[in-house]
Design a protein around this ligand. Structure first.
Ligand code: ZN
Length: 227
């Protein structure tokens, strides 16, 4: 960029516009940043940065740089009908955002795509939930052909899980049994250790579903006597 020589008059005019104070030596100054132009800095009394002079001289190169920047803004306002290039850009951006809101029912393009992405995720989650429930319902319906709540029947299988913990009414125990026919039985009591092969009679309490799987919940189990 070509740097034109600035006349003393132009420098003086723009420097004043920016807010510089003209010094008697021909330089320019700003209010002392330490005492904010009071000349006093408590608790020391006279400000030691400006020596009580209230002002701090600004280097000539800095003055010229800021004067040229202001002149550039003046040139922009001249050709843009009073607005800087930055103001024009900002207005164009605002107009674009408004056009987006007008065609998107009040949302910018970004807001609209975020909303659509959220809706898509919610739809997928709902579909997965429905599919899981359908799977569980199907599994429960199949178990219902083999186990009738309230009836007592015999079971054989292997204990695959035995967990226990403290509860309101003492220690609870949960036993999970993989039955010989592939079904899963749940017994809220002790029946043996993990890995034990067990044969027992029990009353079918209900068929429950969990995470798409169905299992038969039994109660009052009685282990068969070994032959
Ligand atoms: Zn000062």
């Amino acid at each position: 960029m070509a740097t034109t020589t600035l006349t003393a008059e132009t420098i003086a005019r723009v420097a004043k516009k920016i807010g510089y104070l003209k010094l008697k030596n021909g330089g320019f100054a700003i209010p002392c940043p330490r005492c904010h132009g009071t000349g006093v800095f408590r608790p020391f009394g006279v400000c030691f940065r400006c020596g009580g002079g209230r002002w701090e001289e600004v280097g000539h190169r800095t003055v010229l740089k800021n004067v040229r920047a202001e002149l550039e803004l003046e040139a922009q306002r001249e050709r843009n009908g009073g607005k800087t290039d930055g103001e024009l850009r900002w207005e164009a951006q605002q107009a674009d955002l408004q056009a987006q809101r007008d065609r998107n029912g009040g949302l910018t393009d970004l807001e609209l795509s975020e909303k659509q992405a959220k809706e898509e995720i919610a739809r997928a989650a709902a579909a997965a939930e429905i599919a899981l429930q359908a799977k569980a319902d199907g599994a429960a319906a199949e178990l219902a052909t083999r186990y009738t709540p309230g009836t007592r029947q015999g079971f054989s299988g292997t204990i695959t899980m035995r967990v226990s913990g403290p509860g309101k009414f003492g220690t609870w125990v949960l036993t999970k049994i993989k039955l010989e026919n592939g079904d899963t039985a749940i017994y809220w009591n002790d029946l043996g250790d993990k890995g034990d092969a067990v044969s027992f009679t029990a009353t079918v309490k209900e068929i429950s579903t969990r995470n798409g799987e169905a299992q038969v919940v039994v109660q009052r189990a009685k282990l068969a006597q070994p032959a």
